[in-house]
Ligand binder design. Structure first.
Ligand code: ADP
Length: 269
């Protein structure tokens, strides 16, 4: 006690207030860390039974004497198991990132390379929906765990595609703002109503639960994105206009000591 708020030895009201505030903060921290451990343990414990269930059901499918009605039921059960496994894996990933149990392995990385890689991966998905996916980036060096930042980009572009209607447009841009690299994913999609904006990074939050379920959403994608950004010392923010589109902005600390932090874009031919 007395480490967070300076507690002088005067025995007055301020000292008592500081002491009780410190006690409250300690209790809150204990509760939070208990909560994170609990999520990690539960997710971990659910993995094995899910794997066993999947194995058992796959065995049923191998039996040639199983009738077609049973097959349909088994396939549907397998679908639900896949969905649950996805949720369990996501919860485990968030709990481990939040608690610091999962270390991220950062290396000097050009974020625009990661953006370009993701856009290439997602191009077909956007094309199928007749959505234009464009990229305007310039090299920006950050310390990043590239597989994790790729996951951030995949989740954000996947959302942009999911929540943009046919004929829409998505633009990925990068810029240096102060000491941060900013990556923006801007879409001309359905947008997010103002009352929902503060909650989109909360676990299991979905603006429209029915539509999100149909599109395969779990409401955990943005929570993972947020946990990864925080683990990098960065942040994510959202701005949106209902019915007009959404902009997700990822901020990551720039690698300022490197002469490669901001490499000028090649001159246009
Ligand atoms: P989900 O798996 O449901 O997509 P996310 O955590 O990725 O879950 O997103 C949470 C919710 O935020 C979504 O269900 C959706 O309602 C809203 N959302 C996220 N990205 C966008 C976007 N680009 N445009 C409109 N709504 C979005």
């Amino acid at each position: 006690l007395g480490e967070r708020l300076p507690v002088s030895d005067t025995g007055d009201e301020m000292e008592r207030l500081a002491l009780s505030l410190n006690r409250m903060i300690t209790r809150l921290e204990d509760a939070l860390s208990h909560n994170r451990r609990f999520s990690a343990d539960v997710s971990h414990e659910l993995r094995t039974p899910l794997t066993i269930m999947r194995g058992e059901l796959e065995q049923v499918l191998l039996d040639t004497e199983v009738d077609s009605a049973t097959r349909v039921s088994v396939f549907s059960a397998l679908d639900e198991i896949s969905r649950m496994s996805k949720i369990v894996e996501s919860l485990l990933a968030i709990a481990r990132l939040d608690s610091g149990a999962d270390s991220i392995n950062t290396l000097p990385t050009d974020v625009s390379e990661l953006c370009r890689w993701t856009v290439e991966q997602m191009h077909l998905l956007a094309e199928e929906k007749n959505i234009g996916l464009e990229i305007e980036t310039r090299p920006l060096m950050v310390m990043a765990d590239s597989s994790r930042i790729k996951q951030v980009m995949v989740n954000l572009i996947d959302n942009a595609i999911k929540y943009t209607t046919d004929g829409g447009k998505i633009i990925v841009t990068t810029a240096a703002t102060g000491k941060m690299a900013s990556i923006e994913i801007r879409d001309t999609g359905i947008g997010i109503p103002p009352e929902a904006l503060p909650h989109v990074f909360d676990r299991f939050y979905r603006v429209d639960k029915v539509r999100a379920r149909i599109s395969g959403g779990t409401g955990l994608g943005l929570s993972i994105v947020k946990a990864i950004c925080h683990a990098h010392g960065g942040n994510i923010t959202v701005t949106s206009k209902d019915g007009e589109g959404t902009t997700m902005r990822v901020m990551l600390p720039l690698l300022l000591s490197s002469p490669l932090s901001t490499i000028p874009a090649p001159a246009e031919q």
